[in-house]
Design a protein around this ligand. Structure first.
Ligand SMILES: [Zn+2]
Length: 93
């Protein structure tokens, strides 16, 4: 898209910031003004929330593991994590 100098009216390239003929500085082109702004990060990143839940569940698991095993439970960490994750999610964490 051709542009024309604001001062002398000479045709210049769309990306030129100064007129080649008279040296007048040009206003930024419309194309350059509409730069894409990065979208803001969501306040609660689902991945972070999952990590937080996993941390809590891991702490619970550490405490309860021995007790559960003693009680004859065959529960394993993946199963416990899945149940704990569901529980915390339901609680809104
Ligand atoms: Zn000019």
């Amino acid at each position: 898209m051709a542009r024309y100098c604001e001062s002398c009216g000479k045709e210049m390239t769309a990306t030129a910031t100064f007129c080649g003929a008279c040296g007048k500085e040009q206003a930024p082109s419309a194309a350059g003004a509409t730069e894409a702004t990065p979208s803001p990060k969501p306040a609660t990143d689902p991945k972070t929330a999952t990590r937080e839940r996993q941390k809590k569940c891991a702490a619970e698991w550490k405490e309860k593991k021995a007790e559960l095993k003693k009680a004859g439970s065959k529960i394993t960490w993946p199963k416990y994590w899945s149940e704990c994750n569901k529980r915390l999610k339901a609680a809104g964490e």
